[in-house]
Design a protein around this ligand. Sequence first.
Ligand SMILES: NC(=O)c1ccc[n+]([C@@H]2O[C@H](COP(=O)([O-])OP(=O)(O)OC[C@H]3O[C@@H](n4cnc5c(N)ncnc54)[C@H](OP(=O)(O)O)[C@@H]3O)[C@@H](O)[C@H]2O)c1
Length: 327
Amino acid sequence: MKAYVVIDGEYRVSDVPKTSPKNNEVLVKLKVAGLNHRDLKIKDRVKDKSKSFTLGSDGAGTIEKLGDNVTRYQIGEEVIINPSLNWYHKSEAPPKEFEIVGVPFAGTFADSILIHKDFIEPKPKHLSWEEAGVFALSALTGYRALVTQGGLEKGETLFIPGVGGGVNSFIIQMAKALGARVITSSRDPKKLEEAEKLGFDRGVLTTGVWKRELADEQIDMVIESIGGATFNKSLDVLKKGGRIVTYGSSTNDEFTFNLRQFFYGQYKLIGSTMGSREELHELIKLINQYKISPIIDKGFAFDQIDQAFSYLASQEQLGKVYIDFAK
Ligand SMILES: NC(=O)c1ccc[n+]([C@@H]2O[C@H](COP(=O)([O-])OP(=O)(O)OC[C@H]3O[C@@H](n4cnc5c(N)ncnc54)[C@H](OP(=O)(O)O)[C@@H]3O)[C@@H](O)[C@H]2O)c1
C-alpha cells in the first residue's frame, strides 16, 4: 500500500507492506488523516535515518479486519485513532512505554493502519469524517493542558496567545464551555476576526504591547505555546500568583526570563504534553456534551501531501489541515 514515509531525513511517498492484525490488534482503513506540527519536524528527530517510518498521528476510518480477542468492535465500525499509545491512566507524566502514533510506530498517512484495540475509540457522532480525522492529538493535548494540568475553574480568565494553532482552537472552545473568560491573540487581524466563531471574549494582536492593552484584565492562567517569542510578554500580563501552562514552543525553545520577577510574582509554571486514554475518554464526553468540533482549514488529496505539508509550514491556516483518502 502507499504511505508517506520519512527515510534518510526526507519525506516521500513509498510502497509499504500491508499486514494483518494479530492478537488484540485491528486494521483500520483510513478515510481522513490529520496533519500536526509534529509531522513537519519529525524528520530531524528520527534516530535511525536508514529506516523507513510511516508518518501521521491523527486519523479516522472504518475497521477492515479484526485480530484475535477483539470483541468490542466489529468490521465496518467507524473509529478514530488515539495517537497517545500505552498511556492508560491520568498520571503526573507519561509512562516510559509511551509512544506517539507516527514514528516510530507506523502512522496514519497510509491506506490503513494496524493498531492495538485499546488505542481506537468510536467516532463521535456529531463529527464529520474530516473533523474526526483531525481531532485527537490536538484536542487531547489541549484538554490535559487546560483541565488536568491547568486546573481551569469556572469564572477564571484565560489568556491563550496564537489563535491560529490547532490545539489552541480546541482550548478556546473547551474553556468557554467550562465557563471561563477567554482572551486570545494573533499576528493577523483578519485571522482574529475569522476566529471569532470560536467564541472567545477578547482578541489582541500578538505584535501589540499586551502589558498596556490588557492592563484592565485579571488573568488567572496563560496557556503559552508560541514559546520564546512571547513567553515574557505572557508573564507580564499574568496576575500575581497566576499559572502559566506550556505544551509547545512554535518559536525558540530556549530564551531568558527574569527569575527575580518570577519568584516575586509567585507564579507557577506547569508543563503538559499529550494525554492519557482516561483523559481522552473525559474529553470525548465533554465534546459530545457541548457539541465541540475542530475548526477545519483545508483538505488535500493523498497525492498532494507535499503541498499539504508546505501549507501547514506556511502558518496561513486557521485550524486543522487534513488528507482525504477518497479525493
Ligand atoms: N506537547 C504536545 O503534546 C503537543 C501537541 C501538539 C502540538 N504541540 C506543539 O504546540 C505548538 C503549537 O502547535 P499547533 O500545531 O497547534 O500550532 P502552530 O502552527 O505551531 O502555531 C500556533 C500558533 O502560534 C502562533 N505563532 C507561531 N509562530 C509565531 C511567531 N513566530 N510569532 C508569534 N506567533 C506565532 C500562530 O498564531 P497566529 O497565526 O494566530 O498568529 C500560530 O498559528 C507547536 O510547537 C507544537 O509542536 C505540542
